[in-house]
Write a protein that binds this ligand. Structure first.
Ligand SMILES: C[S@@+](CC[C@H](N)C(=O)[O-])C[C@H]1O[C@@H](n2cnc3c(N)ncnc32)[C@H](O)[C@@H]1O
Length: 287
């Protein structure tokens, strides 16, 4: 992500003689760039007042960031099962597929077709060192594969299963496993975790649930495939003034139904979604 100060300063100086000074304060505060040195896509949110200058702004973005070949405008919030948003090409190449490099991994993705957030690299990094030798790990809601790929790269002896509903994301995940030379290391499955998990006839040491908007609806499925004393990594949206209560209660209630006990082992504030709402992660041992 390009920080607010950095972006405002750079874009301001590019646009100072192009758009009226009264509008300069409304320039986007920050934006995402997905891709690598050769070819990237910028995803930008332009306020209604600035829409009339969107081409000038998009061109300025490509002058400031020479690797940006396409500028996409966020048209909606993320929605639906696939957690993608509508985006509109404002400027540049209609081909918005890129290769994003991160911590020794490479991810091919078209952000118009599948969820991917470069802002979550720190969270992916945290998992690299958390996994123990020989663990069997399930990544639910695996998208284009950043979590399983990041974990597999650093941990040669773990066994990974990844489940994703969006066909486009699943196809990228398969391709990304190959691109990262991890063939045979990750079992990537297309489908709904509710249907796939019971059919695996398998229990896991660790289950990741990286779907903050809605993971709670699949807690029963996750708990059922966790070994005794296995670890659950549960993501949730939570209000700033009460970060943990709801998530802890959800895990407690669902575990109780299967006569399992819960030990909360870690509470993590992952990222701020808005001034009042956080993405959080609770790590819980389910006994
Ligand atoms: C927030 S995204 C996270 C994707 C990925 N883990 C990442 O970090 O980039 C959640 C993903 O869950 C997938 N998903 C939603 N419901 C699902 C379900 N019932 N079964 C499997 N995948 C699902 C969506 O298609 C989406 O790709």
């Amino acid at each position: 992500m390009i920080s607010a100060n950095e972006l405002k300063h750079d874009l301001r100086s590019e646009l100072i003689n192009i758009i009226p000074s009264g509008y300069l304060s409304q320039l986007p505060r920050s934006f995402d760039i997905i891709g690598s040195k050769g070819r990237s896509v910028a995803i930008i949110e332009i306020s209604p007042q600035l829409k009339q200058y969107e081409n000038e702004i998009a061109e300025a973005v490509t002058r400031v960031h020479k690797n940006v070949v396409s500028v996409l405008s966020k048209e909606t919030e993320r929605s639906g099962d696939y957690r993608i948003r509508e985006m509109r090409l404002v400027y540049g190449d209609t081909n918005t597929e890129v290769l994003h490099k991160e911590s020794g991994c490479v991810f091919k993705v078209d952000p118009c077709k599948a969820y991917f957030s470069p802002r979550e690299s720190t969270e992916r990094e945290r998992f690299r060192s958390m996994i123990l030798e020989n663990e069997e790990v399930l990544v639910m809601f695996s998208g284009i594969g950043p979590f399983p790929i990041c974990m597999a790269k650093n941990n040669p002896n773990i066994k990974l299963t990844a489940i994703e509903l969006n066909l486009e994301a699943h196809k990228y995940c398969i391709e990304n496993i190959k691109l990262n030379k991890l063939d045979g290391r990750i079992n990537a499955i297309l489908g709904d975790v509710r249907e796939i998990c019971p059919s695996l006839n398998k229990k896991f040491d660790r289950v990741l649930m990286p779907l903050p908007k809605g993971a709670f609806m699949f807690l029963d499925v996750a708990i059922n495939v966790l070994k005794t004393s296995g670890i659950l990594h549960f993501y949730h949206w939570a209000p700033n003034d009460n970060l943990w209560n709801e998530a802890e209660k959800l895990i407690e209630e669902e575990s109780k139904k299967s006569n399992r006990e819960v030990e909360i082992i870690r509470r993590v504030k992952v990222s701020a979604y808005s001034p009042s709402l956080w993405k959080i992660r609770l790590d819980a041992r389910i006994k």
